[in-house]
Design a protein around this ligand. Structure first.
Ligand SMILES: [Mg+2]
Length: 225
């Protein structure tokens, strides 16, 4: 089980937050990429669904963690499908994780700066902001496609420093991807939390080398400890 985590805002006053799987339920993305896209790809190419899945999942495995893996333009070219239009069609399934809005309000009223750091493509960010309203809470939105490096790489973190006002020792980073968390730790982010249940329909997965977070309601704030 995860414990309550107190953020001492005297030491930490900047949250760097991932979007998919951290603020938003990853069930949308998992269903979209593992079911909707293969189904439409199979129809488009005249393949059996199992063949379409084999082709797509093999390609995804090869590209995992790269910018192309996160690019809707790349996958539109690769499949011949209009991925952005398909996301628009499914957008009613995008869900904010429990406790997120309340947490964002509490972080703001505790005087924290809020930055979104995401590997999501610009068009996807817009759809998710429009659908959920979370965009209004952020001082900064950093998209890895604009920095030309995914969050898994040291280049991304070097470029974040010139993109936003970041004092890494005073920052708290929250993400559900272990390779991304490792890159943030190597860069020297002061406090790092691992989201244990990014997809509400799947089991929680704990990681022994990070502080595990199973809900934003477990984060409390104080001025001094
Ligand atoms: Mg994520």
């Amino acid at each position: 089980m995860c414990e309550l985590i107190n953020i001492n805002t005297y030491h930490f006053d900047h949250f760097l937050l991932d979007m998919d799987g951290t603020l938003l339920d990853l069930k949308f993305d998992n269903d979209f990429w593992q079911e909707t896209v293969p189904q439409q790809f199979a129809l488009h190419k005249g393949y059996e669904l199992s063949v379409a899945k084999d082709i797509l999942f093999q390609r995804m495995l090869e590209l995992r963690g790269s910018l192309r893996w996160y690019s809707v333009e790349f996958w539109s070219d690769e499949t011949g499908l209009d991925i952005v239009a398909m996301k628009h069609k499914s957008k009613h399934k995008i869900k904010i994780r429990d406790g997120v809005i309340h947490f964002l309000r509490r972080a703001r009223s505790s005087g924290c700066r809020l930055s979104l750091l995401t590997n999501a493509h610009q068009s996807t960010i817009q759809i998710k902001f429009d659908q959920t309203g979370i965009g209004e809470f952020f001082d900064d939105v950093v998209c890895s496609h604009e920095l030309n490096a995914p969050k898994e790489t040291p280049q991304f973190w070097d470029r974040v420093v010139s993109a936003i006002d970041l004092r890494k020792a005073r920052s708290v980073f929250v993400d559900d991807s272990v390779p991304v968390l490792e890159a943030a730790r190597n860069f020297g982010i002061g406090q790092i939390f691992h989201v244990v249940k990014p997809d509400s329909s799947r089991d929680a997965v704990f990681h022994e080398s990070f502080v595990n977070l199973d809900g934003f309601e477990n984060i409390t704030f104080s001025k001094n400890l």
